[in-house]
Design a binder for this molecule. Structure first.
Ligand code: NAD
Ligand code: DAU
Length: 335
């Protein structure tokens, strides 16, 4: 690993990207340039307070070829988080998902190919589709792709582009596919922060369908540490699955949030299910643990949720302006 690198982090003003930039500045000597379009999901204030000598933000689009080429040419490595990331939005309007997730990844790949720059692509376990509740199997690097939603299909397509550019053009790329993240700076459209901010706002939390859908929860700091580990020590051309053995069904997580916030654990509304709703995700993160020596530090979901609740309680300035518009959008779909 080079002592000090210049990283280009796309989507660094989003949830995981901002946590990653903070992690890099805290644990390495690296400098970071963030490229972020500041869509509804990006927030300048998620990067507030960071050392300006080591981090700068370029507001722009990963589909902007000229801009991407000029930034990639000056970087030692690219870590690509930028994406449209929310399944419900992809059902309402898939167009930006195809544009950003596919065309944006293509644009970056062409730039790293031309300038011979190391590339890490951040992806999701949703590319594998879903598992049955009764089935004890977990996703591995060998699981066939079978995405369900426009979001996961666009991420699956992007993953295929990265693999093709690696194999056919020799681009020095790695990929990681992670399970559901939670923690600070997550947009209030997502399950955990939506329910926390609903309670803080005096609204009733909303559970889709029967709530038995299982997600494999990982704290965002553990995901960020794993991505940095893959960037530093991963084998070029490989895919790493990242997860923390955190499987819980939604109704259990919902009740835990309500209890931790001093509410009746039954004080939530059942709302219509998401179309095509994946039933269960589960990650086998054996390779990243045994080969790269990574392991999660936040292993107790209740403790992680309690910290996250505290963060949202203390950072109402960060989320309040996003809340009303998000709930108005949900109201249009009866959720
Ligand atoms: P997010 O929606 O919170 O952030 C996305 C960021 O990308 C925002 O800052 C947004 O402004 C930026 N962006 C969007 N379109 C852009 C464009 N065209 N050009 C430049 N910037 C653009 O997303 P997140 O939850 O932080 O997810 C980050 C990445 O991690 C995504 O690639 C996602 O697929 C992947 N991922 C997320 C999770 C999860 O649980 N959230 C799990 C696994 C993988
Ligand atoms: O698995 C990784 C993926 O996790 C990432 O690739 C995505 O970017 C990220 O958004 C997340 O996708 P999900 O669709 O699993 O996350 P979401 O927070 O939207 O929903 C989590 C579960 O909770 C899902 O089963 C739907 C349900 N849900 C969601 C919301 C917003 C509810 O029951 N009520 C809600 O209000």
């Amino acid at each position: 690993r080079t002592a000090s690198r210049h990283l280009l982090v796309t989507g660094g003003a989003g949830f995981i990207g901002a946590n990653f930039v903070r992690h890099v500045l805290r644990t390495t000597e690296d400098r970071v340039t963030v490229l972020d379009k500041l869509t509804y999901a990006g927030d300048l204030s998620s990067l507030a307070g960071l050392d300006e000598h080591r981090m700068n933000l370029v507001v722009g689009d990963v589909c902007d070829q000229d801009l991407v080429h000029s930034l990639v040419a000056r970087a030692d490595a690219v870590v690509h988080f930028a994406a449209e990331s929310h399944n419900d939005n992809s059902l309402a309007d898939p167009a930006p998902f195809v544009q950003t997730n596919l065309v944006g990844t293509f644009t970056l790949l062409e730039a790293v190919r031309r300038h011979d720059v190391r590339f890490h692509h951040v992806s999701t376990d949703e590319v594998y589709g879903d598992l049955e509740l009764e089935d004890l199997a977990r996703f591995t690097e060998a699981t066939p792709y079978n995405p369900s939603s426009p979001y996961s299909a666009s991420k699956a397509g992007a993953d295929h582009l990265v693999r093709a550019w690696s194999r056919s053009f020799g681009v020095a790329a790695t990929l990681s596919n992670c399970s559901n993240n939670y923690g600070p700076y997550q947009h209030v459209e997502k399950f955990v922060p939506r329910q926390i901010t609903n309670v803080l706002d005096g609204r009733r939390p909303k559970l889709y369908g029967d709530g038995r859908n299982v997600r494999d929860w990982i704290h965002v700091e553990d995901h960020c540490a794993a991505v940095l580990r893959v960037l530093d020590r991963g084998t070029i051309g490989r895919t790493y699955l990242i997860g923390a053995d955190g499987e819980h069904d939604n109704i259990t997580v919902m009740r835990a949030i309500l209890e931790l916030m001093g509410q009746d654990p039954a004080a939530f509304d059942h709302v219509p299910d998401r179309a095509g709703h994946d039933r269960r995700y589960a990650i086998d993160a054996g390779a990243v643990r045994s080969e790269l020596g990574w392991s999660p530090t936040h292993v107790d979901l209740r403790a992680g949720l309690a910290d996250t609740i505290e963060w949202y309680r203390e950072h109402q300035d960060w989320w309040r302006s996003k809340k009303a518009v998000t709930e108005d959008r949900y109201a249009e779909t009866g959720r």
